[in-house]
Design a protein around this ligand. Structure first.
Ligand code: PLP
Length: 385
């Protein structure tokens, strides 16, 4: 028998009534009435250019061929232009931010190294890091003092001579906190001074009010992780990228898995998405702001409930329930029964999972209103006496 690896993720506890977490996911996916506020996906696209491009690709049967293994040059140029990182950078198209994170973490870390992450955060990063590094230093950031984010000060306090990589999720899943220009410059300084690397995960960048790329300040010490899953509304198409200097990308090339390239239909959709971005982005951002305000109004009515970060710069927000005595898992189950899929805190935190739920709000406004109404009811009915 082959035993599970030492870094294996703790088995997820399937929600009540389901044999596995996969069965639960299949249930929420297949239920057409389910309001999908649990995965930070974007359901606001009305524009048809992305769909049309993919349908044309299917009809042409171009997908019979393998694509160029590192991505269509047109797509690569469009992503670099989108970020204003044309000159000294290269890009590798991947099957999503997740694959990109894995490749970069694998490429950079050695057993004697450690990586700095934060809690709450995107826990798969910690899991990937634990496969390659001796230690993962997950800094607790769920407090007002640090503004609910991993600050340059916290990085300096927690790093040691073995630190090789720092994870900056910006804006941060699940809280929606993001970095100022000054903070980004400080991170760049730390990386350059110590000759270590920054993993800048900008999956939620386009929802933010302002955003700064650390690659512009520390190009030789930054890897930027790009995803088409969120603002572009293409999560199921599994496409993203890694942007870094040619040297760094060369080293990533040595550990590639997807040697035959990324889905052709997804790449064609991604090209159409970037070309049409200027036509739809403002409407999507405006709607997410409005939706976030609907959630804020509901939260303000309920005693003992608050938003740690408001406004969120992502398309998700955390709602703290601790004072109410309501278990976030119980809240998630209650709402799921009402056909609203959200996530309990433990999905994104090992330390603070008993405090909050996470809600994604890039869904149609009427669905956010249903959430707001049901959430107020849930707090009334689940609050211990
Ligand atoms: C911070 C962060 N990075 C990456 C991803 C995954 O991106 P992708 O769908 O491109 O794999 C997510 C998904 O929720 C995320 O929250």
């Amino acid at each position: 028998m082959i035993s599970p690896k030492k870094y294996a993720k703790a088995a997820k506890i399937p929600p009540k009534g389901f044999k596995t977490s996969n069965d639960f996911f299949n249930y929420v996916f297949k239920d057409k009435e389910m309001i999908w506020m649990g995965q930070n996906t974007n359901h606001l696209h009305q524009d048809n250019k992305i769909n049309d491009a993919m349908i044309d690709c299917v009809e042409s049967r171009e997908y019979c061929k393998y694509p160029p293994p590192e991505g269509f040059p047109e797509l690569k140029d469009l992503v670099l232009n989108d970020l204003g990182l044309q000159d000294d950078f290269e890009i590798l198209i991947t099957a999503g931010g997740t694959e990109s994170l894995y490749l970069c973490i694998n490429n950079i870390l050695e057993p004697e190294n450690n990586m700095i992450t934060c809690d709450p955060g995107y826990l798969i990063i910690d899991n990937f890091a634990s496969r390659f590094a001796g230690k993962v230093i997950s800094v607790p950031i769920y407090n007002k003092e640090c503004n609910y984010k991993l600050t340059p000060e916290l990085v300096r306090e927690n790093m040691d001579e073995n630190t090789k990589l720092i994870s900056l999720i910006d804006p941060l899943n699940p809280l929606g906190s993001s970095y100022t220009k000054h903070e980004i410059q400080e991170f760049a300084k730390i990386a350059q001074e110590k000759d270590i690397y920054l993993l800048h995960d900008i999956t939620y960048r386009d929802f933010s009010r302002e955003h700064y790329l650390v690659a512009k300040y520390a190009p030789e010490h930054t890897i930027t992780i790009y995803s088409f899953s969120k603002i572009f509304g293409m999560a199921g198409l599994r496409i993203g990228g890694i942007i870094a200097t040619p040297d760094m990308l060369n080293s990533v090339r040595s550990i590639l898995i997807n040697d035959l390239g990324t889905n052709v239909i997804s790449q064609v959709g991604a090209i159409a998405a970037l070309k049409s971005k200027h036509q739809w982005i403002n409407d999507i951002k405006k709607q997410t702001r409005k939706n976030q305000d609907i959630i804020k109004k509901a939260v303000d009515q309920i005693e003992g409930v608050f938003l740690p970060v408001y406004p969120s710069d992502g398309n998700m927000i955390a709602i703290d329930l601790k004072e109410t005595g309501i278990d976030p898992q119980v809240m998630a189950n209650y709402l799921c029964d009402k056909k609203i899929f959200i996530r309990q805190g433990s999905y994104t935190s090992k330390l603070f999972g008993d405090r909050y739920i996470r809600i994604s709000f890039s869904v149609p406004e009427y669905q956010v209103k249903i959430f707001a109404e049901k959430f107020v009811e849930a707090c009334d009915s689940l609050r211990p006496l």
